[in-house]
Design a protein around this ligand. Structure first.
Ligand code: MG
Ligand code: FE
Length: 168
């Protein structure tokens, strides 16, 4: 039982760092999108969700004595800056960004599936409820992107053909 709890705390800390990183990444990407308002709006909505997710995970961690050591905010923020910049100099920036978020959402879904199983093993129903809510938001974002990868790609190609500012 002690071992399961140790794993759970580390995974929860990693998830918190992931969400802090996600907020920085989304903020950087949103600031650069100019010609894809629908995408920008959906990302803005998910940024607000993501901030609440980070806060909810923080509250779960705060319940656990001595869990402060797993808070990796600083490291998370630094790598977020690096991730936010990746692909920004690409000619097809908006396509690369949309692909990157789609990938990121699936990695988040995997993280919460693991956390749900671990919390369930520990009988931590409060945590299970929090993770279930979060994973539904990640799945909704992934599903939206699933559809809009098509739209964004076609719009990008159309704009590029007409020599409009297509990249973002
Ligand atoms: Mg998230
Ligand atoms: Fe997400």
């Amino acid at each position: 039982m002690a071992h399961s709890l140790d794993h759970f705390i580390v995974w929860l800390g990693d998830a918190h760092a992931m969400e802090v990183q996600a907020t920085a990444m989304l903020r950087a990407q949103i600031a650069r999108i100019e010609n894809y308002p629908e995408l920008r709006e959906r990302m803005q909505q998910h940024l607000i969700e993501t901030e609440a997710q980070a806060e909810a995970l923080r509250k779960l961690l705060d319940r656990v004595p001595g869990s402060g050591s797993v808070l990796k905010e600083v490291a998370g923020r630094l790598s977020a800056v690096a991730q936010g910049v990746t692909g920004m100099l690409a000619a097809d920036e908006v396509v690369k960004t949309t692909m990157a978020i789609y990938t990121f959402e699936h990695s988040e879904i995997a993280t919460y599936r693991v956390l749900i199983a671990a919390a369930d093993e520990l009988g931590d129903t409060e945590a299970v409820d929090v993770f279930e809510k979060i994973v539904s938001e990640e799945m909704a974002m992934a599903a939206w992107l699933e559809t809009h990868l098509d739209v964004v790609t076609r719009l990008y190609l159309m704009r590029d053909e007409r020599d409009l500012l297509a990249k973002r």
